[in-house]
Design a binder for this molecule. Structure first.
Ligand code: UFG
Length: 338
């Protein structure tokens, strides 16, 4: 059994499916603070099986102890975190309590249970506003806000944890910009708050569900002046988490390195305008849009160097912009139809 924290979140729920399909059933732990319970129905309809779900908070040490006693947990995929940049700027203590405090509580519970195999969902936000066109994992870390700093802190914590005991095997996966949805249209991004990824905002604007898309900034030092990101399909990210999990589950003598930090991206940047064009081309729907000033805390460009992911995980992204757009649109259309 695998414990998957943040199991009903965007990346968590898709990862749960990838794991189950690979014969690695999970216990999903989530406090549902930023995802609806209906995610569980989507998971059940896709897999034909009700997921094992525990509603609770990763900061609850007693609950974690109970879970480790109740289920034969071999490893943890840790995705439970708050992720809205603006909210983190306004409430830094809340963010550090959830993201750093939650990770510390989890690791201590893992140590009590003798479970020392962990995959941590980190983020490309650790790189801040990078000067490099492509970011290897060795690029300087320069987090711009509390949410990003919390990811850096957890990575550093995991570095120390891995060094503390020969049984630890840990991956920190720096996820670039997750978009898309499950191809069934039954699972996708469904946050409670207003923080949505760009492609979801585009799909909602195209559906007339929200005002026109505001494009934040047209004067970035990028080919067309709009922000560039390494968008990656959430199904690819889920497979990336699975690949890392399969590695930490391996037995054998303790390697010298026990904490690996890996970028999960496509290695290809798309600007806001390029993604908008792709959306219109592949879905046949126009995205009403307007120009807006830069958004505070935004970087100009983030593109992953994916060499390590290929070499260490044997993983690479397979789905391109067409699939991202079509799947995001299918998910939004289904939500609209309900
Ligand atoms: N953008 C717009 N208009 C919008 C929304 C976004 O122009 O309405 C632009 C942004 O300025 C940026 C790009 O679209 O250039 C992507 O923005 P997102 O909000 O989709 O994603 P971010 O790059 O800001 O970062 C997100 C999360 C981070 C996470 C990161 C990588 O906010 O927490 O993806 O996973 F770390």
């Amino acid at each position: 059994m695998i414990l998957l924290t943040g199991g009903t979140g965007f990346i968590g729920s898709h990862t749960a499916l990838a794991l189950a399909q690979a014969g690695l059933p999970c216990v999903l732990l989530d406090n549902l603070s930023n995802s609806p319970e209906s995610t569980l129905e989507g998971l059940a309809r896709i897999s034909g099986q009700a997921p094992v779900f525990e509603r609770g908070d990763v900061r609850d040490a007693a609950l974690l102890d109970t879970l480790f006693k109740r289920h034969p947990i071999r490893a943890v995929v840790h995705g439970a975190a708050l992720k809205a940049v603006g909210e983190g700027l306004a409430q830094p203590a809340l963010y550090h309590d959830n993201n750093v405090g939650g990770s510390i509580t989890l690791i201590r519970a893992m140590e009590r249970a003798g479970v020392r195999r962990l995959v941590f969902s980190s983020s490309s936000t650790v790189y801040g506003n990078p000067a490099l066109a492509q970011l290897p994992e060795t690029a300087p870390l320069a987090p711009l806000n509390p949410e990003a700093r919390s990811k850096v802190m957890v990575e550093q914590l995991l570095h120390d944890v891995a060094a503390s005991h020969p049984d630890w095997r840990i991956f920190s996966l720096r996820c670039f910009n997750p978009v898309g949805a499950h191809p069934s249209g039954l699972l996708g991004e469904a946050p409670r708050g207003q923080t949505l990824n760009l492609l979801t905002v585009m799909a909602q604007a195209a559906a007339g569900q929200r005002p026109p898309l505001s494009i934040f900034g047209n004067d970035y030092p990028t080919p067309d002046g709009t922000g560039v990101r390494d968008y990656i399909h959430v199904m690819d990210l889920a497979r990336g988490h699975l690949a890392a999990l399969q590695q930490v589950l391996q037995t054998g003598p303790a390697p010298d390195t026990r904490h690996w930090v890996i970028n999960l991206g496509r290695g290809q940047g798309l600007s806001v305008l390029q993604l908008l064009q792709a959306f219109e081309q592949h879905t046949g729907h126009r995205v009403p849009h307007q120009w807006a000033p830069r958004r505070e805390g935004d970087a100009a460009s983030w593109v992953a160097d994916v060499t390590q992911a290929r070499q260490h995980l044997g993983w690479q992204a397979e789905l391109g912009p067409a699939q991202m757009c079509v799947d995001a649109w299918r998910w939004q259309s289904r939500l609209l139809g309900e």
